[in-house]
Design a binder for this molecule. Structure first.
Ligand SMILES: NC(=O)CC[C@H](N)C(=O)O
Length: 308
């Protein structure tokens, strides 16, 4: 299979449509991003990387960080994580508060904002916020084997001043006793993890452990057990695209996690880690062209986990 020809073909097909969708404008710093950008990178488990388009332009990974923070929290708290957050798709938008009251402050899953805020609270345990942010940054540099990865402090600051809904979610959960640390501390870490800037190549490297039974084939390091990698993939498949998760599974058929920066990390277990980025979002807040590109990729590679 000629993966280079596949990614080149996808970019050529997407090019006339660059700019489609709507950039996230509720975070002022993200509203300024040029929507006419599109990048894709595939890294296979045998270590080859194939890129096309703007694959080396850094973007805000936003909610894709939730996969990596969950990995850290599982390492710290093990199955105890699931006492404080569920594993079911929410069927609601990423920043919804409605289910939280009925479900006594226990968020549906770790990939909606409420769930991710609880996960961040777990990672923060025993640390100062600055240390937890440092641990996350080190982890990402280690996974991608790239020390040039940084946090965009302007984006973090922008969210800090406008993240009213996240403050509401966090306060609500603290009221139910499901946050151990004060809201400002937890959200300080959460906004910084979301503001990590990575390009498609770096992100495809960072996700590789999930495609390779928990071990990063580039470094040989075991990040998580095969069982845990499988389970994180299951959560990405069922919950990684908020209330668009069912549609993404139907159209693409791969575990994936999106972010409002326009990035998507998709995992083809046993085969490859794929990162796409295009800032324009669809109605549910997932990259419009990114989702379509992955649909093309899955059909051209036959990589859907549901068969080809
Ligand atoms: N879907 C997302 O990427 C949301 C992340 C964003 N930082 C927020 O909390 O609103």
């Amino acid at each position: 299979m000629d993966l280079q020809a596949i990614v080149d073909g996808i970019v050529a097909e997407m090019q006339p449509r660059f700019g489609e969708g709507k950039v996230a404008d509720y975070i002022p710093e993200l509203a300024r991003i040029d929507p006419n950008q599109f990048g894709i990178a595939i890294t296979t488990v045998d270590g080859q990387t194939y890129t096309a388009g703007h694959a080396d332009v850094p973007f805000s990974i936003q909610s894709i960080s939730k996969v990596f923070m969950l990995t850290l929290a599982l390492g710290k708290a093990g199955e105890g994580v699931w006492k404080r957050v569920g594993r079911e798709p929410s069927g609601s938008s990423f920043n919804s508060i409605v289910q939280l009251e009925h479900e006594h402050g226990i968020p549906r899953n770790p990939f909606i904002n409420a769930g991710a805020i609880v996960v961040t609270d777990m990672v923060l345990s025993g640390y100062k916020p600055r240390e937890a942010i440092g641990e996350f940054l080190r982890f990402m540099r280690f996974l991608a084997d790239d020390d040039s990865i940084t946090i965009d402090h302007k984006v973090a600051g922008s969210e800090q001043t406008t993240g009213y809904r996240n403050f509401a979610l966090a306060n609500f959960m603290r009221g139910f006793g499901n946050l151990e640390h004060n809201v400002e501390m937890v959200l300080g870490v959460y906004f910084h993890q979301c503001a990590l800037a990575m390009n498609c190549v770096q992100l495809s490297h960072a996700g590789l452990y999930l495609a390779n039974r928990g071990t990063n084939p580039l470094s040989g390091f075991s990040v998580v057990s095969p069982k845990r990698a499988r389970r994180i993939n299951a959560l990405m498949l069922t919950c990684g695209h908020y209330d668009g998760s069912g549609d993404f599974a139907y159209r693409v058929g791969l575990p994936g996690k999106s972010g409002v920066g326009g990035g998507i990390l998709a995992i083809a277990p046993g085969k490859a880690s794929i990162a796409v980025w295009s800032p324009g979002l669809n109605k549910v807040g997932n990259s419009a062209l990114g989702s379509e590109a992955l649909e093309l990729l899955a059909s051209r590679t036959g990589w859907s986990v549901f068969g080809n």
